[in-house]
Design a protein around this ligand. Sequence first.
Ligand SMILES: NC(=O)c1ccc[n+]([C@@H]2O[C@H](COP(=O)([O-])OP(=O)(O)OC[C@H]3O[C@@H](n4cnc5c(N)ncnc54)[C@H](OP(=O)(O)O)[C@@H]3O)[C@@H](O)[C@H]2O)c1
Length: 295
Amino acid sequence: MVSVIGVGTWQFGGEWGQQFSQDEVDAILDKAKELGINLLDTAECYGDHLSESFIGSYLSRRNRDEWVVATKFGHHFHERFTRTDHWAAEDVVKQLDASLKALQTDYIDLYQFHSGPDAAFDNDELWTALDKQIQAGKVRHLGTSIGSNENLHQTEASTRVNSSAIQVVYNRLDRAPENQIFPSCVQQDLGVLARVPLASGYLSGKYKPGAVFDETDIRHRHNRESTLKKLQEVENIRHNEVPAGMDMAKWALAWCLKHPAVTTVIPGCKNPAQVEANASAAELISDNHPQAWKD
Ligand SMILES: NC(=O)c1ccc[n+]([C@@H]2O[C@H](COP(=O)([O-])OP(=O)(O)OC[C@H]3O[C@@H](n4cnc5c(N)ncnc54)[C@H](OP(=O)(O)O)[C@@H]3O)[C@@H](O)[C@H]2O)c1
């Protein structure tokens, strides 16, 4: 059972224009806990197991069992914005052990194939090795974080490979999963983690068309023209769809959760105030707030 709002922790790896301290991570996670959030999404390559290490230190001083920890496999981190792919079964098992060590835990709740190619996914040896990790108690559930949000091949194979959740890019600016991915998830009864639910922060409403990012921020590497178009679209959405006075990040997360296929959203958070704003999106999906939607 996961909270409808989780915390995405790519940010803790240092690729979003900010290096984190353990105290800052502790404050974010304590705020999440206080607000009823129990789901953390991390990965092997958010820094070299760095995001996992921050979480691991935190969990070692709190109650591990109160959290659902999702991490991923398939890459080695080298330096900021540089990783290489490593999908061989034996390498993945080594990555799993490194993740367990960094997370200071003896089990991972959800272990996800991290946006790899179909050729890597279609390797039965990999899934057999992962099944053995479940038998050994190191992994509770397998998941697939699809790279393209139209990857029906990997989505449809979920049940066959014993992967019980799909992580997919889904937000008000990118609705592609509604066409084929979500129907397949519903048909197979898969959990769905909507990632990048704020469109990398563009849907927070705080950036205007023409916004420029520091080169230590991943958004510096986004295509400028496409960012401009997204930010112009955000202006339209704010004008036409978001009720006056409503925090747009809150609205954007609730918008994702309105889709019945979506189990949870995992916005990346950089401070406790963002966690608080994001958690408040849950209020809008209760029956008491029909006025949140203009459509
Ligand atoms: N391949 C994969 O599996 C994959 C790929 C991408 C992401 N993910 C996972 O999905 C998570 C979420 O995606 P994401 O972090 O890329 O994008 P996102 O959640 O759409 O955007 C995160 C950014 O939005 C801003 N933000 C967050 N809450 C806010 C609020 N309440 N008000 C204003 N701004 C707010 C923050 O940046 P600023 O404050 O600097 O604007 C934050 O860094 C990641 O952390 C990661 O765990 C997985």
